[in-house]
Design a binder for this molecule. Structure first.
Ligand code: TXA
Ligand code: MG
Length: 317
């Protein structure tokens, strides 16, 4: 039986090629050294992740990150300078040092320089990048605490406890396209489109930012981030009382649990996955969330991206 482990143990397990759950500022990651194929295979197996879905490589700093990228890339460097360490993942052409197991056969790799002090200390001392998907079973809710990891894997994965994740939602994944001079957002996340646009402004670049909607997009499966009980999105401006009456009539045998949205998207993101897990504790529960117009723009786009994939249906009462 494995459970919470010390920093020293985590480091020696990682060195030995074991898989360890580590805290990041977004969500916990299921981490392993990138230079051992057996370790990478173990990550896929533990997570039950299909081998066609590539992993993010976590680096300590820009210098380390660039040593895994093929050729020079000024926009990549500028993005790292501006947003890292932090919740921005950049997709770029990989070199031979990145195994195609990690990238699921792609010629590109996704790289992120995380901000969490514990994760940074691990990366610094290890001096080897870590591949890490979110530390949950494939398709389920991401973990934002060490206990979430333990319950996701029934205590089978050792975890280094770094407290509750401060951001609570995954990183934004971007692909800078040099030919088109466009930064494509492949997965919306903690870094908003607006902040990437203000980066372009500040750097006086003639680039634009675009949401990329295609089938190969990260987490593009319509069902993802799923709680174990049904979740319904109610798109309406109607009063809460009316909505609850509508739901009780439609689902008379269910125990209704309302997902609370704060006026601040950042506060909402921080609590989102904990609420989803908490409300999944009884199988007769039904989670609902009211999608009012005021909850839109900025970080709300990433929140609704996750909730849409987590939901069973959108209802308009
Ligand atoms: O905040 C995060 O990004 C967290 C923490 C642990 O860093 N990680 C995370 O990893 O969310 P994961 O594996 O749950 O999601 C990563 C996504 C996957 O959907 C994958 O398809 C995409 O990144 N990805 C990885 N490499 C890619 C590539 N070369 N091109 C496009 N997408 C890629
Ligand atoms: Mg994930």
């Amino acid at each position: 039986m494995k459970s919470k482990i010390s920093f020293k143990t985590a480091l020696s397990l990682l060195l030995d090629g074991e898989v360890v759950a580590l805290p990041t500022e977004t969500v916990y990651g299921l981490a392993g050294r990138i230079d051992k194929e057996k370790t990478i295979e173990k990550i896929f197996l533990l997570k039950k992740r299909p081998s066609f879905d590539p992993l993010i490589v976590h680096c300590y700093d820009k210098k380390q990150a660039l040593s895994y990228i093929s050729g020079s890339n000024f926009i990549l460097e500028k993005l790292f300078d501006f947003f890292s360490p932090g919740p921005l993942t950049i997709v770029a052409r990989k070199n031979k040092k990145i195994s195609s197991l990690i990238t699921a056969g792609k010629e590109t790799t996704a790289i992120r320089i995380p901000q969490h002090p514990v994760m940074r200390k691990v990366l610094k001392e290890l001096n080897i990048p870590l591949a890490a998907p979110s530390a949950n079973i494939y398709g389920k809710v991401s973990p934002v605490s060490a206990n979430h990891v333990l319950s996701s894997f029934h205590n089978k994965v050792p975890v280094l406890d770094g407290g509750k994740c401060k951001k609570g939602l995954e990183s934004t994944i971007v692909y800078p396209d040099k030919q088109k001079k466009k930064i494509f957002i492949l997965r919306p996340g903690m870094v908003t489109k607006k902040s990437i646009e203000s980066f372009i402004d500040k750097e006086k670049l003639s680039w634009t930012v675009e949401n990329k909607k295609d089938l190969n997009q990260p987490g593009s499966q319509t069902s993802h981030y799923k709680p174990t009980v049904p979740l319904y999105i109610l798109k309406t401006e109607k009063k809460e009382k009316e909505i609850k009456q509508f739901l009780s009539k439609k689902f008379p045998n269910k125990n209704l649990k309302q997902l609370h949205l704060d006026n601040s998207a950042y506060k909402t993101a921080r609590k989102l996955y904990s609420q989803l897990r908490q409300f999944s504790n009884k199988k007769e529960n039904l989670i609902f969330v009211i999608q009012k117009k005021k909850y839109s723009g900025g970080l709300w786009e990433a929140i609704w991206n996750r909730l849409d994939k987590a939901s069973s249906q959108v209802l308009v009462p």
